[in-house]
Structure formats: C-alpha cells, structure tokens
Ligand binder design. Sequence first.
Ligand code: GDP
Length: 481
Amino acid sequence: AKSYEHRESSNQDGLLGGLLLPGFDEQSCTSRYQSAPYRKNMTRSPSAHLVKRLREQEALQRRCGPGTEAYRRAVERLNTLRNVTGTTADDGTCKYLVLVPYRGLGNRILAMASAFLYAMLTDRVLLIDRGTSIPDLFCEPFPGTSWFLAPDFPLRELENLTGEVPESYRNLVRDGRAASAVSSELPYVFVDLDHACTYHDKLFYCDDHREFLHRAPWLLMRTDGYFVPALFLNPAYQEELGMLFPRKDAVFYLLARYLFHPTNEAWGLITRFYDSYLKNSDERLGIQVRVFDGDTPFKHVLDQILACTSQEHLLPEVVAQEPPLRPAGARSTKAVLMTGLSSWYFENIRGRYWQSATASGEVVSVHQPSHEEHQLTGEATHDMKALAEMYLLSLTDAIVTSGWSTFGYVGHGLGGLTPWIMFRPENLTTPDPPCRRAASMEPCLHGPPFYDCRARRGADTGKLVPHVQHCEDMSWGLKLV
Ligand code: GDP
C-alpha cells in the first residue's frame, strides 16, 4: 500500500505549503501539482494545525470510505432502517456526512467547501452526491479513496429531500424530539440548509454536537451556499476554528485550494485559454458579469461596469482624438478576462479599446471564453466551461465581480483576491456607487442565522464577533473578514 505521509513542503514544489501531499494521482490529475506556476505566491499559507487535520481527515476518509468494512456496516445499519442493537455512533464506528449540492456550479462549490469543513470539525466522513457533472469536473481530493457516494447507496433521489421529511432536523427540533434519544434510532438525520430554510433548520448552526447530532451515524445535508461564517458563530467550534485558521479571511481560499483540482479535461480548457490570451500580459483584470434580471443585454449594467472600472482605475480611460504616433518601445499591456452568459458587454468593452486609444498608452486586450446565453446547470460541457471560467478568473491580478453571485465568489475566493463588488442593480438602474472594494476575499453566506447561540435569542449576527460581518453586496448576509 502506498503511504501518504506528510512531508515538509513549500509552495515552490507545488504542494501549497503542505495543503497537498506529494505523489498522488499525478498523471490522471495534472492540475493538482501544476497549478502553482499559474499563480503568484500563495495569498495565505495554511497553519500547521490545518495541515495536520487535513492528514487526519484523509486517514478517516480512507478508513471509513466506500469499499471498506466500516462503510459496509454503516450502510447495513441504514438499510435496516433502525438501529436495532441500540448502539450508537459513539462506539468508535464511522460517522458520515452526505452532502447533496445543488443549484448552479458556484453554489455547489461553496456547498462542498462548507460541508468539508463541517465534516472535519465533527469527525465525519464526507461523501458527495455526484449529481450529473461533478465527477467530470473535479479530481478526487483524498488519496486512496473516493469522496463520491457509491452508486449502490440505499437512499435514492437525494435531491428531493427537503426540510419537510420526518427525518429532518427541522422536524426533530420543532417537535421536541431532538432532546430524546430518538435520533440514534433514526436511520439518518437530514439537515436542510437551503438559503431559504427556516428558523428551526438554522438552529443547526447552534448545535453543539455533544448530544443529539453526535449520535446520528448518518447526517444528510443539502445546501446551496457557503455556511462557514455561521460555524464561526457557534461557541462549540470557536477554539478549533481559531487554531485551524489563525487568519479568518482565507478559509475558503485554503479549503478550495485543497479540495478543487480540475480534471485533465477541464484543466485543458483552463491552461489553453490562459496560455493563449492571458499569460503574456503585464497585468490581468477579471470582470465577471452576472445579471439576475434576464439574459438580454442591459445598458445600465454596461454603464455600471464602465463606471466601476473607471472610478477604481482598473481600466484606462480612452481619448476622443487619435493621438499622434507614439515612440516605439515597451508599452504596458493589460489583458481583460470577461465572463458572462452574454457576449454583449464583452463586445462593447473590446470595441471601446479597438475604436479608441488609451490615454495612458496602455495596450488593452479583452477576451471572453464563452457566452452560453442561458444557464444550463447539470449539463456536463456547460458546467465544465463554467468551472474553467471561474478558475480563469482566479488567475487574474485584480477582479471585479457581480454582487450576489456565487460564481463570482468562487472566482475571487479561489484566487485569494479581494474583489471590487458591483452592487446588484435595482429597478434596472446603475447603482451609485457602482461598486466597492470588499472587506475580504471570503464568499458571502446568503441565508444566515439570526440567532445568538450563547444568549439563546434572536440577534444581529453580524455584530456578535469581530470577524463575522455583513456582506457588501447583501446587507443581511454574513462573511468572514
Ligand atoms: P450564481 O447563480 O451567479 O450564484 O452562480 P452559479 O454558478 O451557482 O449559477 C450560475 C450558472 O449559470 C453557472 O454555474 C453556469 O452554469 C451559468 N453561468 C453563469 N454565468 C456564467 C459565465 O460567466 N460563464 C459560464 N460559462 N456560465 C455561466
């Protein structure tokens, strides 16, 4: 058997400061060790404690994952639908977290990162419901095992589970059954963390895990977002989270660099585009355009992009008159990577720098990999383009994103980039100001709890601890800073 021991490493060897182990899956997943040269230095380095806990989680995933005796027994228990022997997961057997990611790819990536952290905090094996495209997009993150739910998993159609099912955390808590021992007799507990989930669902964020959930061998969860900020509000996890992440502003960055390695096919899309259009410029600017009011072009959105990039000096001004010939010599070059479902914004901005010279003399080239026109989530090539574009955004030096968009959060978060966020337009008008520099590179949690776990009453959760604040783009959302 291969040994996957941790060795001291630095970013130079592509191991991202110890996030990654050497010698795992090099040919079948070239992105794992080849991504480092595409980026500048690591924005944040992992703590020694995080590296240690990752190795322990990998060992747990191997010991309990699909194909092991432990897994077979746990599934059997699920099959009998009752824990007949009365034993609970406290007896040293393996406990599982099955994640059902859903909605767009940005949502699903945020969900997987959050669930991974929760699994690590609670010593659960993370298994992912594969859906239609995830295995085509990402390599396995854990050596010697799979994080995908095996096809013979007895529970079916997991995407149809909601907080309404009898096994839901919502119902157990609301009916006062959580306090009794019943949970260990349930085959599983289902936690609904949809962005629109209820007060009772969100009490999950205060669960201190010492009693109720701890006994459930199988936890099923669906979520469409980044619930990590809520974990930082739970007193039960604060000490451990403080050791894992001495700097709170790069949790997603580190988890994402650890977990998400594009498959060779997706990596081909990323590297060919990067090498052709972005690599040789002095600077790279990403502009992510996500419009929630429809797929037709909107002038107020174009105006917003131009106002933001001008105000923040991200793109040079253009001159009305053709300038006299400049002396030959080095002129700085800027490559602009645009992403969006429509090509209209891209064509306008590219046309602007074709039709007019820049005041600074800077050479601006504008590129957009695809324009899919409509969201087709779940379709493999469509999702692969979406991944490639999020990843390409993460390889830029500065980034402008659209507020409310999880696609944008992944783009800047994976890149360790603090974005300029364009506010979501209301009434089809350009917001004023058009954008603002974010407080951190972290994604925003869209469906936060409004409850203080310590005081046991409703509260403004953006005011409980200094490093969890409201988001720039969504006043009730929460993000780590
Ligand atoms: P959100 O809806 O902006 O939060 O982002 P999601 O990624 O969750 O869902 C949007 C989905 O629409 C993406 O996953 C893609 O399928 C598609 N999409 C939206 N914007 C783009 C884009 O710029 N490029 C590509 N290729 N697809 C996009």
